[in-house]
Design a protein around this ligand. Structure first.
Ligand SMILES: Cc1cc2nc3c(=O)[nH]c(=O)nc-3n(C[C@H](O)[C@H](O)[C@H](O)COP(=O)(O)O)c2cc1C
Length: 174
C-alpha cells in the first residue's frame, strides 16, 4: 500500500472485532514506532502493550468508560522517560516525539488491515496506578488497536481547507 492510500484510509476506529492481532503484525506496528524520528534522537518513548481484558476494562474506566479501550484486543499505553527537555523553539520534545511514533503506528496498522484510535481522554494518574508505572514517567496517550468491525474505506474527512491552514510566505494580515 502506498503512503497516500494509508493516510487516506486511516480513520479512528471505535468498534473492533473479537479477532486477536497476530503477534507478527503487532511487532510490525511497534517496529514502525521504534523507527520514528525524535528530537536529537532521544527516543524517550516507552510502550506498554496491554492485552489482558481485565486490565483493559480498568483502563477503560480511567478513560471515561470509552468502550473501544475494552473492546480492542490490544491497547498500547504510550509513555515517556523524560527530563522534560525543552527545545530552543520553546516546545517540550517528548509529547511531540511520542505523537510521531504513534502516527507511524497508525499508518503501519492500516497497511496490515488493522484499525486504531488515539485515546487522550483518560486520567494519567489512574493509568499509572493500574499499570504500576512510576510517578516520574509521563503517560502521554493510549492507542487502541485491532481488527475493525467494519471494512476500512476511504471517507471524506472533515478538515479545514488548504487555504485555511497554509499561508504564503508570512502570517496573513487580518
Ligand atoms: C491526541 C489525540 C487524542 C484523541 N483522543 C481521543 C479519545 O480520547 N477518544 C476518541 O474517541 N478519539 C480520540 N481521538 C481521535 C480524534 O477524535 C480523531 O482523530 C479526529 O476526530 C479525526 O478523525 P479521524 O481520526 O477519523 O480522521 C484523539 C485523537 C488525537 C490525535
Amino acid at each position: 500500500m502506498d503512503i497516500e492510500k494509508a493516510i487516506k484510509l486511516r480513520q479512528s476506529i471505535r468498534s473492533y472485532s473479537d479477532k486477536d492481532i497476530e503477534e507478527e503484525k503487532l511487532m510490525k506496528v511497534m517496529e514502525a514506532a521504534r523507527l520514528a524520528p525524535s528530537a536529537a534522537n532521544r527516543q524517550e518513548w516507552r510502550f506498554i502493550a496491554v492485552k489482558s481484558s481485565g486490565t483493559r476494562k480498568e483502563l477503560s474506566r480511567a478513560a471515561k468508560g470509552q468502550q473501544m479501550v475494552k473492546e480492542a484486543p490490544v491497547v498500547i499505553v504510550c509513555c515517556a522517560v523524560t527530563d522534560g527537555h525543552i527545545m530552543s523553539c520553546g516546545q517540550k520534545c517528548y509529547p511531540i516525539d511520542v505523537a510521531i511514533a504513534i502516527d507511524h503506528m497508525t499508518l503501519q496498522a492500516v497497511e496490515l488491515g488493522l484499525g486504531t484510535c488515539w485515546v487522550g481522554a483518560f486520567k494519567a494518574d489512574a493509568a499509572k496506578a493500574i499499570l504500576d508505572i512510576p510517578k516520574d514517567i509521563e503517560v502521554v496517550e493510549m492507542l487502541a488497536i485491532g481488527y475493525p468491525r467494519q471494512k476500512l474505506e476511504v471517507k471524506d474527512k472533515p478538515r479545514l481547507s488548504m487555504d485555511e491552514i497554509l499561508y504564503k510566505e508570512s502570517w496573513p494580515e487580518k
